[in-house]
Design a protein around this ligand. Structure first.
Ligand code: ARG
Length: 577
């Protein structure tokens, strides 16, 4: 809670204690701003617990707190709600403290080290819209963690290992049998072979379909994969090339999306920990043989849903997705001292992670204090509410989606801008997509709607950018020096400040819910209030200097705060629009 609010809560708690009730006190923004700025709803439960008349108790409390300097007015409503109206001194004091250090509204001194696993693109496969949410939400949560005081380590966790890699290599081998990679005497020399991301996107579906349809091809791909995993020089060098081409494309898209990682590791890195991890699980006598597979039961008495055993090694000898994730936990917890690991994937992977976490915990592979947290998210659907498709019915590649929205933004929003059009349009498009993606609660599905997302007058990224840029240009135009708020002259300013007071609580709840939706709503709310203030008052031509400086300071705080919040969401602000 904001330290100023916390001080007031403390005073109320002391007053209650003097009346004989030892209670924790929290106050919250009022849902009747006409009656008060904040309210305290704790009287009724205390009265009930102690068999008292709530109104009498409320009145006793009001008598004790009404003269506190933070408060201008205190009144009782209904059965015992206490409405608190703040004094101007209190509000101004808070704004001036925010002006000096905006961080008082963010930092919660949560000193944890959090490892975030998000992104999860697959090598040689198209990066599709499903990967968009993981990258957006993961990146924003990482930034939020840092804002509240945590250290973070982020890992893109590439899907770069497993049989599909054998299939892709086999397809290349079939097409270009004379490539140096496939020669007996190949030992890592540089090979003159051009491979593009487009080539890979064309190859991958063909390679996997062929293998699925023909058992001989599947067997051949399995062999290649086995040799790859044993670092066959040619296959390994070709695989490295495939990874490089894919990763370059992924990095290009992530750069546009402002998504960054500490680590660019993948399933291939975890692979080298699998043996160690398996030995450990064997030593704990946890692995059971079943129909040729190696499994670990994870069912618990309290389960209400079906909980199949975790399959470590499949009956055909292949290492499972579950085993790679256990090896990843093994690697991460051996390399870093972590308090929590967060996973960001589609909510349909929940069972997978439940199984993995249970094995990690039951086997004591991880410290009992380590928290493993699965943050599933809902799906982005097409405008028809069905999974998002391209015009010809295929999965929508992320690059295509970004390009479509960029074109739309350029057409609709930049009629007069000539310089840097493409770059500005891209920045706006990313804002539109990200904001729309982060606005619903994390687990909620939503429909993609290009007109709605790029609307300048809605709850959109474009509205927020436009308004924030307007604040900036107002500040740039002001010739006066200002650094303080000395007066509150209008009711709307009061509403803005009271909303600002609530930020710390919003940040805390967003962190606790692993969701950015409240931050998105908050940004819209405060921007909207500011725009109302802007429409009603002529800041630059105001003649009363005290008023004018206060307004400019207010504008600066709201501007800086918008920049800060947009930055948490991973949204950049263009130079103009
Ligand atoms: N590559 C996976 C996919 O596309 C996502 C990886 C998620 N992270 C993890 N540690 N399993 O579905």
């Amino acid at each position: 809670m904001n330290y100023k609010i916390a001080e007031l809560e403390h005073k109320i708690a002391i007053a209650l204690k003097s009346l004989g009730y030892d209670e924790e006190v929290t106050i919250c923004p009022s849902n009747r701003p006409d009656l008060g700025d904040y309210q305290y709803n704790g009287i009724m439960p205390i009265a009930k617990k102690n068999g008292l008349n709530p109104q009498t108790l409320a009145q006793d409390l009001v008598n004790l707190i009404k003269d506190e300097p933070e408060l201008k007015d205190v009144n009782i409503a209904g059965p015992g709600f206490i409405n608190l109206k703040f004094s101007d001194e209190f509000l101004l004091d808070f704004m001036n403290a925010s002006n000096e250090n905006l961080n008082i509204n963010y930092n919660q001194d949560i000193n944890k080290t959090i490892f975030l696993d998000y992104g999860g693109p697959n090598v040689a496969k198209v990066l599709h819209v499903g990967h968009l949410r993981s990258a957006n939400i993961g990146e924003a949560l990482k930034r939020l963690c840092e804002k509240v005081g945590c250290k973070t380590i982020s890992d893109v966790h590439l899907g770069d290992w497993g049989r599909p890699m054998g299939m892709v290599i086999l397809e290349i081998k079939t097409r270009y049998p004379d490539l140096a990679y496939f020669k007996e005497d190949y030992h890592g020399e540089k090979v003159n072979f051009t491979l593009t991301n487009e080539d890979l996107l064309e190859l991958y579906p063909i390679a996997t379909t062929k293998a699925k349809e023909d058992p001989n091809i599947m067997e051949e791909a399995r062999k290649i994969n086995y040799e790859l995993q044993n670092k066959h020089p040619g296959y390994y060098a070709l695989w490295q090339k495939i990874v490089e081409v894919s990763v370059n494309e992924v990095k290009r898209l992530y750069q546009d999306l402002n998504v960054n990682f500490t680590l660019w590791e993948g399933e291939s890195d975890n692979f080298y920990y699998i043996d160690e991890m398996l030995d450990y699980l064997y030593s704990k006598n946890m692995i059971i043989e079943s129909d040729g597979a190696k499994i670990i039961p994870v069912k618990e008495d309290a389960d209400t849903k079906e909980m199949p055993p975790l399959i470590l090694i499949k009956s055909n000898g292949a290492v499972s997705y579950e085993a790679t994730d256990l090896a990843a936990i093994w690697e991460r917890t051996h390399k870093f001292s972590l308090d929590e690991i967060w996973y960001l994937t589609d909510k349909r992977q929940e069972l997978h992670f439940t199984q993995v976490f249970r094995v990690a915990q039951k086997s004591n592979m991880v410290d009992p204090n380590l928290k493993l947290i699965f943050n599933g998210f809902g799906t982005m659907n097409g405008p028809d509410g069905k999974p998002f498709k391209t015009r010809d019915g295929g999965v929508m590649p992320l690059s295509e989606l970004l390009d479509n929205v960029t074109i739309e933004c350029e057409k609709r929003l930049l009629p007069t801008i000539t310089e840097n059009r493409a770059k500005i349009a891209r920045t706006i498009a990313v804002a539109a997509i990200k904001y729309a993606d982060l606005l619903p609660f994390r687990t909620t599905d939503y429909n993609f709607d290009i007109d709605k997302f790029t609307d300048l007058n809605g709850k959109t990224g474009t509205y927020l950018l436009y308004s924030t840029i307007r604040m900036r240009s107002l500040l740039n135009k002001s010739m006066t020096k200002f650094n303080k708020m000395d007066v509150i002259s209008t009711d709307i300013e009061r509403q803005i400040i009271v909303t600002m007071l609530d930020l710390k609580r919003i940040i805390k709840r967003s962190y606790e819910n692993y969701s950015l939706n409240e931050i998105c709503e908050y940004l819209y709310k405060i921007t909207n209030l500011y725009n109302n203030f802007y429409a009603e008052n002529k800041v630059l031509t105001e003649e009363d200097n005290i008023k004018k400086n206060s307004w400019l300071t207010l504008t600066k705080i709201i501007y800086d705060n918008n920049v800060e919040l947009l930055n948490i969401l991973g949204i950049n602000i263009p130079e103009k629009m």
